[in-house]
Design a protein around this ligand. Structure first.
Ligand SMILES: *Cc1c(COP(=O)(O)O)cnc(C)c1O
Length: 381
């Protein structure tokens, strides 16, 4: 047993474990389980990494925007210089595209960092509460645990957010509500009119964080940025990880009232978004060809995948994003069997959905390979 000096008394005490010193809320924190990396799978199974396909993290199968790649190449030699912490050019471009003021844009190291800003800014540990729907994006809950804030999970309605249940769960201690539209892992969406009615009804002591990571895949996206003027307690956040294909660079952003944005800015590190991510995002923002191609590929692949599941008689959810959640009866069995054949999908067992998997939309070749392997991995009914 290691021995240590107690800093307070100077006495020598047995130190059982560093966990005795750690913040108690960290003990219950279950680390995020990411999609399995291709390299890990190839190494573990002795496969050629090139033969492994990953349909597990809702990444863009077309890769990054070619304009983003070119812009990063040009910027490489300048990487000894700190990035612009205020991200002048990117925030200007975003503001112009969205029709807001630059002061209303806050950049994050991935939009996941925006979730962290939300807790830093608006929830007192051990005192305030946050609300999210059951089966909402899991990071809202992970961050709640990290910040020692209680997250109230409201019942869902057939894998959709139940906005009435969320409203009913609001108490004077509630400071944050997280909504994902479309949601991950379900792919379900909130009807535009319901969302607007919810904003009208929520009391103003609650900050609403609306996650629009898959906004580009919605057929008729709500005008949430336009709603910011009437709803200063609304923050919309988006990412370059999905439609723009820049997941590896870690960049996302929030759009909020100038006041909320100023508050969120105070919670971030001075250089939280790196130089390459800034130039790539700036270039990707205007690459409408790439985004359109991504959208077309996604809609086509999604329809194909839904047809395959229908043909196999599997229950699946109507998705508004670049993945589909499907009931395969035994998620881990299907996940493991596909993995051995070099296809990575996501089992939702750790989410508490042991019968369901989530499959991201890939290239036509990847979808064909999935379609030829998947049926034989299903457990017998
Ligand atoms: C992928 C995803 C994000 C994006 O995360 P980044 O940190 O920007 O990569 C945010 N919210 C949801 C619901 C997602 O699925």
């Amino acid at each position: 047993m290691p021995w240590t000096k107690s800093p307070a008394s100077g006495n020598v005490l047995p130190l059982m474990s560093m966990w005795d010193l750690a913040n108690a809320n960290l003990r219950a924190l279950v680390p995020y389980e990411p999609g399995k990396p291709i390299d890990d799978v190839a190494r573990e199974l002795g496969l050629d990494p090139k033969s492994v396909i990953k349909l597990a993290s809702n990444e863009n199968p077309l890769g990054p925007s070619p304009k983003a790649i070119a812009a990063m190449r040009d910027a490489l030699a300048g990487c000894h210089i700190y990035p612009d912490g205020g991200a002048f050019h990117l925030r200007n471009a975003l503001a112009a595209q969205l029709g807001v003021d630059r002061s209303q844009i806050v950049l994050g190291n991935g939009s996941n960092e925006i979730i962290q800003f939300a807790y830093s800014a608006f929830a007192k540990p051990g005192r305030h509460r946050a609300i999210a729907s059951k089966w909402a994006f899991v990071v809202y809950k992970l961050m709640a645990q990290l910040f020692d804030v209680e997250l109230v999970e409201t019942p869902d309605r057939h894998f959709h957010h139940d906005l009435d249940a969320i409203r009913a769960a609001i108490t004077p201690d509630t400071r944050l509500v997280f909504l994902a539209n479309p949601n991950n892992p379900t792919g379900t969406r909130i009807p535009n009119a319901d969302l607007k009615a919810f904003l009208e009804a929520v009391p103003c002591h609650v900050a609403i964080f609306l996650d629009e990571a898959y906004q580009e895949f919605l057929q008729d996206p709500p005008d949430t940025v336009g709603w910011l003027r009437q709803h200063p307690n609304l923050t919309v956040f988006r990412t370059f990880s999905k439609a723009q294909g820049l997941a590896g660079l870690r960049i996302g952003y929030a759009i909020a009232s100038p006041e909320t944005a100023e508050i969120l800015q105070r919670t971030r590190q001075p250089f939280n978004v790196n130089l390459l991510a800034q130039v790539a995002a700036l270039a990707a923002l205007d690459d409408h060809d790439h985004i359109d191609a991504t959208r077309r590929l996604t809609l086509h692949g999604r329809a194909q995948l839904a047809a395959l599941f229908d043909q196999l008689g599997l229950r699946h959810l109507e998705s508004h994003a670049n993945f589909i959640m499907v009931n395969v009866r035994d998620a881990d069995h299907v996940f493991q069997t596909l993995l051995r054949r070099g296809i990575i999908i996501r089992s939702l067992k750790s989410y508490g959905l042991p019968e369901w998997v989530r499959v991201s939309i890939g290239t036509p070749e990847e979808m064909n390979r999935f379609a030829s392997e998947f049926p034989s991995t299903l457990p017998l009914a």
